[in-house]
Design a protein around this ligand. Sequence first.
Ligand SMILES: Cc1ncc(COP(=O)(O)O)c(C=O)c1O
Length: 340
Amino acid sequence: MYSFMNDYSEGAHPRILELLYKSNYEQNIGYGLDVHSEKSREYIRKLIGRQKADIHFIPGGTLTNLTVISALLRPHQCVISADTGHINVHEAGAVEATGHKVVIAASKEGKLYPEAIEAVLKYHSDEHMVLPKMVYISNSTELGTIYSKDELTRIHNVCKEKGLILFLDGARIGNALMSKYNDLTFKDIANLVDVFYIGGTKNGALLGEALVVCNDNLKEDLRYLIKQKGALMAKGFVMGIQFEALFQDDLYFRLAKHANKMAEIITGALTELGYSFYVPPCTNQLFPVVPNHVLEFLAQKFDFYIYKKIDQDSSVIRLVTSWATTQESVDRLIEALPKI
Ligand SMILES: Cc1ncc(COP(=O)(O)O)c(C=O)c1O
């Protein structure tokens, strides 16, 4: 049985483990104030072209989302998310549990557009309703799609015009930036959003996300607010070391590129065999439409999620490749796929 369920099934890239091992007996300062975390911050600041960006390491995606959103909103304010957004669908109401409503907007292929944001603003007309103050997007999205520079710029513009904070969930930002369809850079992202995070968990780290605060007005007291949510880790250096290994050279990008490449090979084979896709494949998450009999047969050899039923005869499945997916496992999957 081989798993194409997600990109966090494996441990960590050996280079990360090596650096962890090498620094194992070092005595580090706690709570992210150690030399490794500082080095990682410097690498990331250089990469995004923002010497003044504040960077905090937080162990998981949901924790980062709920911490950022609750830290930056006042009690009556809400966050706008695509209906497919992770904070809306897959976080067990974590954001709502902090007291902030997640207001959903219609999405297209997992992406949010200015028109949908404006529709939410128009609907929320007075103090009897929550006040929209933040827009949450993810890149790559929960459907593996990516924002173009033009699309992100248009969202940036509407946020700027309406006084909304733009927060980008980058759990899979590496896969987005390494997509062959991508035209955004880390620098563009840092210029266009107020706050974002660089996902480590799904790109070769044992765990950890690097939260990057670009907007100076949003930096105040964040360490207190992170601590209050239990997200300021005593052994923060464990994340610092991992991000150091990921960003001291191009490892972060190579790992994401590899995952995308494996997905691209699967995409090519599926297309050749006559399969269609629920959304256009562009990163390491694929959503092919599969006849139910094929699905049952595949499930005997591989693990994957069934995303949704299309009709009586077919379903959309989710196949995810990772930094550790081997060519051999991809070949095995392709060999098992019948022509349709
Ligand atoms: C886009 C996105 N954001 C956030 C998360 C949450 O991460 P975690 O499960 O580490 O809380 C995920 C997890 O799959 C995700 O896909």
